[in-house]
Ligand binder design. Structure first.
Ligand code: ADP
Length: 452
């Protein structure tokens, strides 16, 4: 079986969120059971000279010819192919800039999808594993050209669906027959995510709870009814992390030392207080509204609080303002891989008050670093963090996204912090848990096999 894993971002080449980490780690675990390679765009900010030219071809959409160059690079035994194409590769960011999403995203990712199909044929691929809306049209192209290639479509976040004007179908040369409620039509527009759900041979989500949640109005983002039509082919498989990329905490002393230096660097006067952190995109999904509502009460607790993140300006401005008011709060605005590692290691607790969470990866990284997650029991957080007990570890959970429950969870965490022995036992249990991708890779493999 030859599998091509297609994603719009793969760590370390391009990353805006967890998709890039998964697209890095999951193929590494799958490599143990199948022959696998990856494909992603070669964006404008990436240096072509770092990769080897592999192939050239043209893709045609509605009579327009687009010259595609495929570059490649092998790392840790996996070849990644990079698609260089007009529009797709002309941008300085992945999906948009400060003024919003790029206007030609439908065309950019339409070309990307056609290039994936052509590459799949040239590589004699058995199955293409698609991820999120950017690659979803591959399932439609494979179906419409009746190709002998199977497709699996993974939903990493249903909130981002790739919705465009009806006219984009024409530009992409997609037959009008697909502009129906059973296919791509979505309130008079075109929805790329629907192509993946309708035409892929199997659909997966990144946790079992999220697979159930998206069938409800609350979490379905307008697609719950459509998903229910296809629910027989939907499976939830929990994400994991790459263990080489995230080695476990070795010595308690290194955590103590890192925390001390961290507190010094960010001006926390009393490093003996529990250190709560967040490492997150600052968007409503991650619980930023709740955080804003409870901020005063939270900062009034006997804790130190640190947030590393970037995202919507209003939240950044709000957090920036709070740093002036509280000396037990610090905020680092930006995306910083290295600082994120230090943050996980230094922290006692990781806050994840997500409104919804398809899986979340931060909780796994935190537990590998002896930091206890405090989470809203939703989606993948529900599946990976249960209420801590000294004999079986994990974290602090709360049901219901409201200030009272959240603050109560923080208070419980602070009380736990006083019980040093119990904290230690919980962390030790968490360190012994298997959060690698190996188990999940077996589940994906079973799905692949079932389609052949
Ligand atoms: P999402 O994909 O919804 O943003 P995930 O939890 O799946 O959320 O993945 C987020 C990943 O990005 C984690 O590895 C987290 O540590 C990392 N991350 C998020 N924000 C930052 C940041 N500002 N700096 C460094 N790493 C970040």
């Amino acid at each position: 079986m030859r599998v091509l894993f297609a994603a719009s971002e793969i760590f370390p080449y391009a990353k805006t969120g967890g998709l890039a980490d998964v697209a890095y780690a999951l193929p590494l675990a799958l490599k143990k059971v199948v022959e696998i390679s990856r494909v992603m765009p070669l964006y404008g900010f990436m240096n072509r000279k770092s990769y080897t030219l592999y192939d050239n071809f043209t893709v045609t959409l509605r009579g327009e010819h687009y010259a595609v160059a495929i570059y490649c690079k092998e790392e840790r035994g996996i070849i990644t192919y990079f698609v260089h194409a007009p529009y797709l590769s002309e941008t300085e960011h992945l999906y948009g800039d400060a003024s919003g999403d790029y206007a030609d995203n439908a065309l950019r990712f339409g070309i990307f999808c056609m290039a994936i199909v052509e590459l799949g044929i040239r590589l004699n691929i058995t199955l293409i594993h698609l991820n999120d809306w950017h690659t979803a049209l591959v399932a439609l192209y494979v179906e419409s050209y009746a190709l002998n290639i199977k497709t699996v479509f993974t939903i990493h976040n249903l909130a981002y669906q790739g919705i465009f004007e009806k006219e984009s179908l024409k530009t992409l040369g997609i037959s009008h027959k697909y502009f129906s409620i059973e296919a791509l039509e979505f309130y008079g527009k075109v929805n790329f995510m629907k192509a993946g759900i309708a035409f892929a041979d199997a659909v997966t989500t990144v946790s079992p709870s999220y697979a159930r949640e998206i069938l409800t109005e609350k979490f379905g983002c307008g697609l719950d009814g459509f998903l229910k039509v296809h629910d027989k082919k939907i499976t939830g498989i929990l994400n994991g992390i790459d263990y080489e990329m995230f080695p476990p905490l070795q010595k308690k002393e290194s955590k103590v030392k890192t925390k001390r230096l961290f507190c010094e660097r960010f001006g926390f006067k009393d490093p003996s207080l529990p250190l709560f952190v967040m490492v997150s995109r600052l968007v409503a999904q991650k619980g930023t509204e709740l955080l804003r509502d409870v901020f005063k009460a939270l900062a009034d607790e006997e804790i130190n609080l640190f947030i590393l993140g970037e995202g919507e300006q209003e939240y950044c401005t709000f957090l920036e303002e709070q740093t002036e008011k509280y000396n037990n709060f610090a905020f680092f605005q930006g995306y910083d891989e290295r600082l994120s590692r230090e943050t996980y290691l230094a922290s006692d607790f990781l806050l994840m008050p997500s409104l919804f969470e398809p899986c979340g990866l931060n909780q796994f990284i935190a537990m590998r670093q002896g930091s206890i997650p405090v989470v809203h029991a939703v989606g993948g957080l529900r599946d990976s963090v249960h209420e801590a007990q000294a004999i079986c570890g994990r974290g602090i959970t709360y049901e219901g996204q409201n200030s009272k429950e959240f603050l109560y969870a923080v208070e419980r965490a602070s009380l736990l912090y006083e019980e040093k022995k119990e904290m230690e036992l919980i962390s030790t249990f968490n360190l012994a848990c298997d959060f690698s991708f190996d188990k999940s890779a077996q589940q994906y493999y079973r799905i692949y096999r079932g389609l052949l």
